[in-house]
Write a protein that binds this ligand. Structure first.
Ligand SMILES: [Cu+2]
Length: 119
């Protein structure tokens, strides 16, 4: 005779394994986008996302950078990460469609843009 508890555990495991990866994948794909900072540049330089997306910047340089809205010499006041360093991340959720230029306060040749479109 088979053990009923073992059979139940098998069924439970199969259910969890089939449901879990799909949930994780869809949460990531829908809600976040990545920008890497490397060699004094933002990649991608222009990022287009639907409203509601959280953009995550990761600093890959061994030096501090900032992600500051606006253009060099004229901060926009929408967001400002402050300075963060190698291996650290900073994120911002964009809820309103529009174009959001940004730059690094310490290296003003570093500029980027987030274009937020209606979802
Ligand atoms: Cu910088």
């Amino acid at each position: 005779m088979k053990h009923p508890i073992f059979a139940s555990l098998l069924l439970l495991s199969a259910t969890l394994l089939s449901a879990l990866p799909l949930t994780l994948l869809s949460a990531r794909a829908d809600d976040t986008a990545e920008v890497s900072i490397k060699l004094f540049s933002f990649n991608p330089k222009v990022l287009e996302v639907p409203a509601g997306t959280t953009v995550v910047w990761t600093n890959g340089d061994a030096i501090e950078h900032s992600v500051t809205s606006g253009v060099p010499g004229k901060p926009g006041g929408v967001f400002d990460s402050g300075f963060f360093t190698e291996g650290e991340t900073w994120s911002f959720k964009f809820t309103e469609p529009g174009e959001y230029p940004y730059f690094c306060r310490r290296h003003e040749s570093m500029t980027g843009m987030v274009k937020v479109i209606a979802p």
